[in-house]
Design a protein around this ligand. Sequence first.
Ligand code: BEZ
Length: 160
Amino acid sequence: MTIQVGDKIPSVNLLTMTADGRQTVSTDELFKGKKVVLFAVPGAFTPTCSEQHLPGFITYADEIKARGVNTIACIAVNDVFVMDAWGKNQNVGDKIMMLADGDGEFTKALGLELDLRGKGLGVRSQRYAMIVEDGVVKSLQIDPPKTFEISKAEAVLERL
Ligand code: BEZ
């Protein structure tokens, strides 16, 4: 079943890279008491994600945060080293938190898997963006496979 507006974000551990190395981030900690924009991509370094999706959130990060968002996070079913390398390659700096859902546990718990087996990509995440307040989903925009429209930064801004 796919997560819906009004649902609570499931409790899962993710990974991010810090100056001190890999760090576990529990979703409970990440979302508690905060307004968070979380966007997901099918894969780090893939064309649409690298050329449009992540860059859009970098461009609009200040505007998004000016509307009361504490954290903007990007998640993918990729390992933490890949997410870190992608963030550095895209110069995200401290604008975007790069989250690795390496085992796909979070994506599965949301019911937002994208089956790209047979295409050499395995099971990934659908492309989506959500606004989460204190752990509860307030807005959820899922782009149908092979499209990129409603999960872009501009579309999120319109909902803030
Ligand atoms: C992309 O362009 O973002 C993409 C391409 C192939 C698979 C997944 C994503």
